[in-house]
Design a protein. Structure first.
Length: 197
């Protein structure tokens, strides 16, 4: 199911676990919420989780479904809502106009466009990564590796607790037309690529 693939490409099990209140150690281990676990036995990897204690395993959607006792479809919808993921990319007309007057509108505009770009970058990072050393580097993979840190940093600035920093970031991104150009770039992605995403 394409929605499931989009969610799995955008959210790691570790991100979901931390968002839903689990304390994850730097090595990716945490106490398993699926059995009485006194010492961390659940390993959270990029694409899947596995508990060395009870054997629970799966992807981020399986994790969320088990954690909240809900169906996989509902877990995917919850992840999409909680992480601000639109399983279908917004049409150009859905993106707010960059001449919004209020600072809050500017911030929402930047967040909307950057999240959409981040979704594409995460998908490209997984879809186009080289299979083995020496394989040619796909341009989409190269773009994702180059730009992901910057996009994450900008979203941190916009979504953090520092309201002044969020306002200044949004103003720079909009006044210097970065967001307008990024929005136009997202609009040029082929319909085929959007459907695959």
């Amino acid at each position: 199911m394409r929605v499931f693939e989009t969610i799995k490409a955008a959210v790691t099990p570790r991100q979901a676990a931390e968002t839903y209140g689990l304390r994850v150690l730097p090595n990716g281990m945490t106490c398993c919420p699926f059995h009485k676990d006194r010492h961390p036995s659940l390993k959270l990897n990029e694409d899947y989780f596995f508990c060395f204690g009870c054997g629970a395993s799966g992807d981020v959607i399986d994790f969320t479904a088990s954690l909240f006792g809900i169906r996989l479809k509902d877990a995917a919808e919850k992840l999409a809502e909680d992480f601000g993921i639109n399983p279908r990319p917004p049409a150009q007309s859905d993106i707010p106009k960059h001449d919004a007057e209020s600072t809050q509108d500017l911030e929402r505009l930047c967040i909307c466009v950057l999240r959409e770009y981040l979704r594409h970058l995460r998908i490209w990072q997984l879809r186009y990564r080289p299979e083995k050393p020496g394989d040619p580097i796909h341009p989409r993979f190269a773009e994702a590796m180059k730009v992901l840190p910057t996009v994450n940093y900008l979203l941190d600035c916009l979504l953090g607790n520092d309201l002044l920093l969020a306002r200044q970031t949004a103003e720079v991104l909009c006044n210097e037309a970065h967001i307008r150009r990024l929005s136009e770039y997202l609009g040029t992605l082929s319909e085929k690529e959007r459907d695959c995403a």
